[in-house]
Write a protein that binds this ligand. Structure first.
Ligand code: FEO
Ligand code: CA
Ligand code: CA
Ligand code: CA
Length: 642
């Protein structure tokens, strides 16, 4: 039930599309000459730089695979797949090694020592003791949400505090130590780095909103100590060795008042009980009618040091509050950190944060993580505006400037950050088609997946230059290059690709993919060779029908950023999405997360028949589908993608 809360989110009703209404040539064509013609006219010039290049990328050496409807992970000839770290595997805490129970019968305490559900963003962190050894390291990964139909033997037929606690334990982040032996990867148990961070783990708050009156609750009058991190979707890494986990659809865990305030409505808080979750019945902090500030304590980017299992994670409020999909770090030429982040909800925004200070090296017994422990607390947050002429601007969310003043509801910088959506509305940021992951290629282009937006079009917000298709079922990837350096306040932009399927009758669903058809790009990651990996998240309610009829299961594709060629590399099991990718430092083992295999269109599993849609990866007669990490290697031991 929980999964496509992001697709439900549509709370941006601000009236700030003025720039596009007056100057967007695509919009004028729509109004004057019909939608199909407008889309065709728009695609040609934007796609030209990509399409002018030759075919047959030298970067992509593997054989494309077909779409699939099989309950398995398929990869190209010459590649192998191994499954590790499925939901319920013990992470390797000292003295705790609970086995997974296929009947769903593990306790909350056992779940706290096991891999969470619904794997998402992932990173291979070099081993703290042997950083040059590519056969060992730490895998750090997110667990986005829980499917209570799979998590408990009877699903939600009965409900109690122990079930809430188990669901909270299935959320968050895992750190596991892994090593390769005889060609196979395995979890090292026990490991001093093994860790579970859950929806109940104490987490510090730092930056301008720390201690703010809007962050204070009865349980935490300081406003500086939150229990847990929620709905951890995409992730990022910093040059100083930490992991950034991003809180996405946090609002759907909260019970809302019968008449939400304008502020609460802008953040999607709905009257009454949350759809899907029943945490508030046994954990009152999720009842926003009693604790209206508790939702302010989620929606942050959280920094974790995987090399120190005793370190407390930190919510970095300077990066702004949003339904954060991911966080991607670039470095300016003078050594400051720039963090890009999208907010995955319909008509929400793309942000970047520029640090005030330069990144410090570690040394003399001080780790780089420790040397930079305040780096993300000082700097400037911007929202993106994409103009119709192919340029764009970063608009600073700076208290005291323009509309960001007390009379407009922004008492101070903390309130600007807590209400980043309203601040972006006031500044006139561009409302996007659900910004998901962001990454950067070797030429300095920054790419953002815009997964889809079925509400785009007349009646809601119409198309604009950056979001050019009405009823955008297929999604697109936008890219920009900063003017000057990554801290630049102006940029140029174009569309890397409009996803689609040329066999579709509906013009807006065809796209301009050079290579294998795909839809709903979500995960995005550039590897060390420069391959842009694209992961898809077609929702289970739309998969296999309509515009998506020919596309089978969700998949991962590889793109050459310079030629625009796209080639299908992996297809997932039934009902899954493919999300999160990383490699060992030698580029010979790729780790990819398979999330929610077996998800039904209702998005909650039936505990009576959990195997109805998928039984991946175990395929046991008494099994149930489990999110897991797959390791992909080449049979000849070669580099992934060649
Ligand atoms: Fe959690 Fe936007 O995917
Ligand atoms: Ca995602
Ligand atoms: Ca999804
Ligand atoms: Ca998604």
């Amino acid at each position: 039930m929980a999964k496509n809360f992001d697709a439900m989110e549509d709370s941006n009703r601000s009236a700030n599309p003025s720039i596009h209404e007056v100057s967007d040539p695509a919009r004028r064509r729509v109004l004057g000459g019909g939608l199909a013609g407008a889309v065709t006219a728009l695609l040609a010039p934007l796609a030209a730089p990509v399409q002018a290049q030759g075919r047959g990328s030298a970067l992509l050496g593997f054989q494309s695979i077909p779409v699939s409807s099989a309950d398995t992970v398929a990869v190209p000839p010459g590649y192998r797949v191994q499954v590790i770290a499925a939901w319920g595997e013990a992470v390797g805490l000292s003295g705790e090694n609970p086995a997974f129970r296929f009947d769903g019968g593990n306790t909350a305490a056992e779940q706290e020592a096991q891999m969470g559900m619904h794997h998402d963003g992932i990173h291979f962190h070099r081993h703290p003791l042997t950083p040059d050894d590519p056969s060992t390291g730490l895998l750090v990964m997110n667990h986005e949400y829980a499917d209570d139909g799979l998590l408990h033997p009877d699903g939600m037929a009965t409900w109690n505090a122990a079930k809430v606690r188990k669901a909270q334990a299935a959320h968050g982040v895992s750190v596991i130590e892994v090593e390769r032996k005889d060609g196979r990867w395995d979890i090292v148990r026990p490991s001093p780095w093994a860790r579970r961070i859950t929806a109940s783990t104490p987490i510090a708050v730092s930056g301008p909103a720390a201690g703010h009156r809007l962050m204070q609750t009865a349980a935490d009058p300081t406003g500086r100590r939150v229990l847990g991190t929620l709905n951890n979707c995409g992730s990022g890494i910093t040059p100083w060795g930490t992991y950034l986990t991003c809180e996405e659809n946090f609002i759907f865990y909260f019970r809302g008042p019968q008449q939400p305030s304008a502020h609460e409505a802008r953040w999607g808080l709905r009257p009454g009980d949350p759809v899907g979750y029943r945490w508030h019945e046994h954990d009152e902090r999720f009842d926003a009618t009693r604790h209206p500030n508790e939702p302010h304590r989620f929606g942050w980017v959280v920094e974790i040091d995987p090399s120190d299992a005793s370190s407390m994670p930190v919510k970095r409020t300077a990066l702004g509050r949003a339904a954060h999909e991911g966080a991607t770090v670039a470095v300016t030429r003078d050594g400051r950190a720039v963090v890009y982040s999208g907010e995955d909800a319909r008509f929400e925004y793309i942000y970047k944060f520029v640090s005030r200070d330069r990144i410090k090296p570690g040394g003399a017994g001080v780790s780089a993580a420790r040397a930079n422990r305040e780096l993300l607390d000082h700097g400037t947050l911007y929202v993106a505006r994409f103009d119709a002429d192919g340029t764009g601007r970063w608009l600073p969310l700076r208290h005291g400037e323009g509309f960001l003043i007390p009379q407009m509801g922004f008492a101070d910088q903390g309130e600007v950050l807590i209400k980043a959506r309203q601040a972006s509305d006031a500044l006139g940021g561009t409302k996007m088609d659900r910004p998901e992951w962001i990454d950067i290629d070797k030429d300095g282009w920054v790419y953002c997946t815009l997964t889809n937006n079925s509400n785009r079009g007349p009646g809601a917000y119409d198309t604009d230059a950056a979001n050019p298709r009405g009823n955008n079922t297929m999604g697109h990837i936008i890219r920009w290059k900063e003017r000057g350096d990554f801290d630049g306040e102006r940029f140029q932009w174009n569309h890397f690709v409009l996803a689609g399927d040329p066999r579709q009758a509906r013009e807006e669903a065809r796209g301009n993919v050079r290579g294998d058809a795909f839809a709903c790009p979500d995960g995005l990651w550039t590897d060390a060779r420069g391959v842009l990996w694209i992961q898809t998240d077609m929702s289970t309610s739309a998969m296999g029908r309509g515009d998506l009829a020919n596309l089978g299961h969700n998949a991962m594709l590889a793109a050459d950023p310079r030629t625009g060629e796209v080639r299908r590399f992996l297809t997932g099991p039934a009902g899954c999405e493919v999300t999160g990718a990383t490699m060992s430092p030698d580029g010979r083992s790729m780790f990819v997360n398979i999330q929610h295999p077996g998800e039904s269109p209702s998005e909650r599993s039936d505990p009576v028949n959990p195997r109805r849609i998928s039984n991946w990866p175990d395929q046991r007669p008494d099994g149930r589908p489990r999110s897991a990490t797959v390791v992909i290697t080449k049979a000849d031991g070669g580099l992934i993608g060649t």
